[in-house]
Design a binder for this molecule. Structure first.
Ligand code: GLP
Length: 251
């Protein structure tokens, strides 16, 4: 790790949250070191988005070095409503091509939320329970503090359900839809805050100044539905792996 020091007001955040500050190019490897502890056959909760890409690349590298990943079972955090799962912009396609296939995980051991009804959401919760719960959940953080697609206003007791996406979130994700906001789905199915908090361990990865306000208030601010990531303060085992920009105080 480089000589980056923890900003003094973040050390320690709480008894249950570790913050590892590292250079942006080290985030993937450091986070993969934590995630690798659930191999060879743990239940891994996976996030999509750009933040964990380096983590997945580092896991794939570890597989070439002998880490057994084929027995992992995967549960995704969320999915857009209305995109078929073979649409390249769907999170199902992301999980398949970026995570499962390169890690040698068979399709039967990969679940991504699908559908749009309460019964579909309940079936997803049941599938997680039947797998014995999530051993380790990877999360990113949205610029408004969302985790999964739990937008501000999502409370601690929320479970898997269909949500309406904030316009700011759709704008942030429009780059994957030819920059055209109108093409970004308006709804998603997401694990709830309570679903995420039920994981035994959580690893949050974040980089870049765009995440700083949300991440700092999640770690240091009040626990509130205004910033759903702040509920992570209630979890007994959270590791945050972030670069200095993602933790920097506004000046
Ligand atoms: C997306 C996803 C989240 C993700 C977050 C941050 O909208 N639903 O699961 O963590 O927003 O994305 P990124 O890592 O690309 O900044």
């Amino acid at each position: 790790m480089t000589g980056v020091t923890l900003p003094t007001d973040l050390a320690p955040v709480s008894a249950t949250t570790r913050v590892v500050v590292c250079a942006p190019e080290e985030i993937g490897d450091v986070a993969a070191g934590v995630v690798a502890t659930v191999a060879p056959d743990g239940v891994l909760g996976v996030a999509t988005g750009s933040s964990p890409l380096a983590l997945y690349a580092a896991l794939i590298r570890r597989r070439t070095e002998g880490l057994a990943t084929e027995g992992l079972r995967l549960f995704a955090l969320d999915e857009y409503v209305g995109l078929p799962d073979d649409d390249p912009r769907s999170y199902a396609a992301y999980v398949r091509s970026v995570i499962a296939e390169p890690l040698g995980i068979p399709a039967a051991h990969v679940r991504v939320p699908s559908g749009s009804t309460a019964a579909d959401a309940a079936a997803y919760e049941r599938a997680i329970a039947e797998a014995g719960g999530v051993d380790l959940q990877i999360v990113g953080i949205g610029r408004n503090g969302h985790i999964g697609f739990n937008e501000p206003g999502s409370d601690a007791d929320t479970r898997t359900r269909v949500v309406t996406l904030d316009e700011s979130t759709r704008r942030a994700n429009a780059e994957h839809f030819d920059g055209d906001l109108a093409r970004v789905p308006t709804h998603a199915m997401t694990q709830g805050v309570a679903t995420i908090l039920a994981a035994r361990r959580i690893v949050l990865v974040a980089s870049g100044a765009a995440k700083a306000a949300a991440l700092r208030s999640a770690l240091l601010g009040p626990v509130t539905a205004d910033n759903p990531a702040s509920f992570l303060q209630r979890h007994p085992d959270v590791t945050v792996v972030a670069d200095p920009d993602a933790l920097r105080e506004d000046r």
